[in-house]
Design a protein around this ligand. Structure first.
Ligand SMILES: Nc1ncnc2c1ncn2[C@@H]1O[C@H](COP(=O)(O)OP(=O)(O)OP(=O)(O)O)[C@@H](O)[C@H]1O
Ligand SMILES: [Mg+2]
Length: 360
């Protein structure tokens, strides 16, 4: 049985058996609904409560996470109780040690896995495009991770984790749409879908300033028949990644953040890192994002300009949506057959702290 690879994000959990050149067989929302204790679903039940087992990339609700993984592994992927296989998890940048230990403990003690491995998402996103060195810029739902990687090792001191992600852009979009459509109530889930359809990036900040003055409105019909006017808001969402002050943050824009991150690494590595920049995460599929990123990169003040790695042709379309998972599937084909993973014996002998020695 192939190992299972799980990349659990703040919005989407990607999971499947390790088949490297195919998309993950499961991509499901991580958000769950809390059911009343008695299991009733009647109309008189209180307002539905949702639970996010993962916040800003990190597992925060272990009970919900256990339920989610139970569903994924047994119902979704067909593991059988008593015959569980091996599993590889992707870690977001700067995962606290306690979370790594808790996960390995959950896997061996509750799920009885036969082998475990965990590795950083940034390293895996580079593997997905055939690199062991470069810089991964992951703009997900809950966070933006910028990680220089040299020979498969994240340069932790230089890496940056910013709490800006798709969820913040969705909130911003909701707020801006509310201003121009004050009489229309739209749920945040609906706003997120509309964001994915309409949001985009202007060519540069000058075009953005022009759009702010004059932008054609589009009409979007909501499922209940109400019509939403969408104008400059669609550009404001994309612009926020390049001008975080729009979100009320003092941080530099994404390209400047990348260049500054790399400037803290030893200068002999700058070219290799900047010229192997990989964009990944769902939010980078914003229309016009890549073009804007490249334009700012070509104009930036550093001696070496960042340039983007193209995904190999044999990789599935929309690779950026699940690069970390694909890299995990590639690595699983090496780690488990070569016995570099944590075995049940290793775990029983050493306890959860083994994860820091064997998975790095
Ligand atoms: N076409 C699109 N335009 C804008 N945003 C998009 C688009 N497609 C997906 N997204 C956004 O990408 C985000 C999901 O990306 P991703 O799956 O990388 O996040 P995640 O892995 O669940 O979260 P994280 O890694 O931050 O914990 C959501 O906020 C979603 O709205
Ligand atoms: Mg992610």
């Amino acid at each position: 049985m192939e190992a299972v690879v799980v990349d659990a994000g703040s919005k989407l959990l990607k999971a499947g058996f390790a088949v490297p050149d195919q998309p993950p067989s499961m991509m499901i929302p991580t958000q769950m609904k809390r059911m009343p204790e008695d299991g009733s679903t009647g109309d008189d039940s209180p307002i539905e409560e949702t639970v996010d087992p993962i916040s800003r990339g990190f597992i925060t609700d272990w009970e919900a996470m256990e339920d989610l993984l139970h569903h994924v592994l047994y119902s979704g992927l067909g593991w059988e109780i008593g015959d569980e296989g091996q599993i590889l998890f992707t870690d977001p940048l700067s995962t606290p040690k306690a979370i790594r230990e808790h996960l390995v403990q959950l896997m061996f003690e509750t799920f009885n896995v036969s082998g475990f491995y965990a590795i950083e998402q940034a390293v895996l996103s580079l593997y997905a495009v055939g690199r062991i060195s470069g810089c991964a810029v992951d703009v997900g739902h809950g966070k933006l991770d910028i990680a220089p990687v040299i020979e498969g090792a994240v340069q932790h001191i230089a890496s940056r984790r910013l709490e800006i992600g798709g969820m913040d852009l969705t909130r911003l979009f909701a707020q801006e749409l509310g201003k121009s459509n004050p009489h229309i109530n739209v749920s945040i889930a609906e706003v997120e879908k509309i964001k994915e359809q309409y949001a985009c990036c202007a060519e540069d900040d000058i075009s953005y300033a022009k759009i702010e003055q004059l932008c054609q409105e589009e009409k979007h019909t909501l499922p209940d028949g109400q019509v939403l006017a969408i104008g400059k808001e669609r550009y404001t969402v994309g612009e926020a990644l390049f001008q975080p002050s729009i979100l009320g943050l003092e941080a530099d824009g994404i390209v400047e953040q990348l260049v500054r991150t790399i400037s803290t690494v030893s200068s002999e590595n700058h070219r290799q890192l900047l010229e192997n920049t990989v964009l990944c995460g769902g939010t980078v599929s914003l229309t016009g994002f890549e073009e804007r990123f490249q334009k700012e990169a070509s104009l930036c003040s550093s001696a070496i300009h960042p340039s983007l790695v193209k995904a190999p042709e044999y990789m599935p379309e929309n690779l950026t949506l699940y690069s970390a998972w694909i890299g995990g599937a590639i690595l699983a084909k090496v780690v488990f057959p070569q016995n570099q993973h944590i075995t049940k014996g290793d775990y029983d002998e050493n306890g959860p702290s083994i994860v820091h020695r064997k998975c790095y």
